[in-house]
Design a protein around this ligand. Structure first.
Ligand code: DX5
Length: 278
């Protein structure tokens, strides 16, 4: 009798194990990718966006020109004030100087205190603009803005493209009521402040949730991820499958001797995650 029960238990768990193994991902079966398309919409164009944090700050302009030559889509400037994050980088003047070296679009991630955001938002919006005054992406953190709705509206009014960022612990619901104001949402996949950290896998479901909101409400919003992004299935692949299309890469790109090869490999893995041919 005991033997029979044991056999039944083993059989049940084996079948359960197999069932999980058979849940298909978007890249593996067209029918499933069709139903995922219905749920999560057509994938948006992949953009590879280097963070300049690993760059040589002594020749930041020249490094920006090298990133353009490597085929990057935009350049991210990590502004850190030693308050919001335990690190310090640069201000609007440095970003303005880099404009003279490249025509690529810029984005500025403001990892700064509320006081700094309130006092300097116009300068950051201005220095992020394109060579002909095109709107640059200005990212404020929900955790640093008591008056987030006002800050995002101000960026738009100052001629910028508003974006909102969430730290890993912050629930997606914190930005749900400002989705109508932004062109991008940035899901931090590491705790901000430093490059070279490991991707936090629990962020994938947050990306998927925000993507569903965007599709269900027919919003024209890019989902960006930042932190630990490499040309791997577990990082850029998983984020792309979950609905992200803009990928910040710092150490993951600067590690390449030939950064153009890095951009190619990151793009290919992202497209695979989206269920698209590279
Ligand atoms: C961290 C910055 C990231 C960082 C990414 O606070 O916002 O942009 O530079 O670096 P990697 O890709 O090395 O994690």
């Amino acid at each position: 009798m005991k033997l029979i029960i044991a056999t039944i238990v083993v059989t049940v768990s084996t079948v359960a194990g197999f069932h999980h193994a058979f849940v298909p991902t978007a890249a593996t079966s067209s029918t499933t990718s069709t139903s995922l398309r219905a749920l999560y919409g057509e994938p948006r164009p992949v953009q590879i966006i280097p963070s300049v944090l690993p760059a040589d700050f002594g020749k930041l302009g020249a490094d920006c020109a090298a990133l353009e030559a490597a085929g990057c889509d935009r350049i991210q400037f990590d502004v850190m004030d030693g308050n919001f994050v335990p690190n310090l980088t640069f201000g609007p003047d440095t970003i303005k100087w880099c404009r003279g070296y490249t025509g690529l679009p810029f984005e500025t991630q403001l990892m700064v205190s509320e006081k700094c955001t309130d006092a300097m938002l116009p300068q950051f919006t201005e220095c992020t603009k394109g060579p002909n005054g095109e709107p640059g992406v200005v990212i404020v953190h929900v955790e640093a803005c008591t008056h987030l709705h006002r800050a995002l509206s101000n960026i738009r009014a100052q001629g910028g493209s508003p974006s909102v960022a969430l730290n890993p612990h912050t629930p997606a619901e914190m930005i749900e009521n400002v989705l109508d104001l932004v062109d991008h949402v940035l899901v931090m996949t590491v705790n901000p402040g430093f490059g070279g950290q490991a991707y936090i896998p629990t962020m994938t479901e947050k990306i998927r949730k925000i993507r569903k909101w965007v599709v269900d409400r027919n919003l024209d919003i890019d989902i960006e991820v930042d932190g630990g992004i490499k040309a791997t299935k577990e990082t850029i692949g998983a984020c792309a499958e979950a609905g992200a299309n803009c990928f910040i890469a710092g150490s993951g790109l600067f590690a390449y001797e030939d950064m153009a090869q890095g951009v190619k490999e990151l793009t290919a893995m992202a497209k695979e995650g989206q269920g698209l041919k590279a």
